[in-house]
Design a protein around this ligand. Structure first.
Ligand code: HEM
Length: 153
């Protein structure tokens, strides 16, 4: 296997791990919390999300490093200005959103504060769930666009 082949394998495996975790949180864990399976959803969510966010951080770092290497190895910087490679710009934008959320907002406690604020926690959890669903949908569209687009299909 060549080095770019290895980088592509690491890149796709890191993305699978990261988006798979997001799918679990959005489709299984958050719905269970919102339907009252625990009397203190914030505490349970923090305990589990905290564990997963460490793994998500590692996956985001591996995705970014392998992606940057692929840009260099495939001479793909020039594609960034070509509209039909929209999926490449979308990957980088998506990566930036998660890098900011996981390395800046989360350590500063932004999400915990937002979820604990206000007198209607159900509404706050509803927004939080919809935000996860939107990110998951965007991730699925980007992965689909990248796989089809990078094979010229
Ligand atoms: C800093 C961020 C990123 C950079 C610089 C980057 C760059 C790249 C490059 C250069 C390729 C190779 C394209 C080709 O083989 O023609 C690639 C492949 C791929 N990327 Fe990214 N990427 C980044 C983040 C992401 C994210 C966030 C996702 C998912 C949401 C993603 C999903 C994929 C997938 C699925 C492929 C494989 C396409 C295939 O060969 O079938 N990437 N990426």
């Amino acid at each position: 296997m060549t080095l770019p082949g290895f980088a592509l394998a690491v890149h796709v495996l890191a993305v699978v791990w990261w988006i798979g975790g997001l799918a679990f949180v959005t489709l299984v864990f958050l719905p269970a919390l919102r339907h009252g399976l625990d009397d203190d959803p914030r505490r349970l969510f923090s305990a589990i999300e905290h564990r997963f966010s460490r793994q998500a951080r590692l996956a985001v770092v591996l995705t970014g490093l392998s992606g940057a290497y692929l840009l260099y190895a495939l001479h793909a910087w020039a594609w960034l200005t070509i509209p039909r490679f929209w999926w490449l710009q979308a990957m980088i934008a998506y990566w930036l959103v998660f890098a900011l959320a996981l390395f800046v907002a989360e350590p500063l406690g932004v999400f915990e504060r937002l979820l604990g604020r206000g007198d209607d926690p159900r509404r706050a959890w509803g927004y939080f769930h919809r935000l996860h669903a939107l990110l998951l949908l965007a991730g699925v569209i980007i992965v689909g666009g990248a796989v089809a687009g990078s094979h010229g299909l």
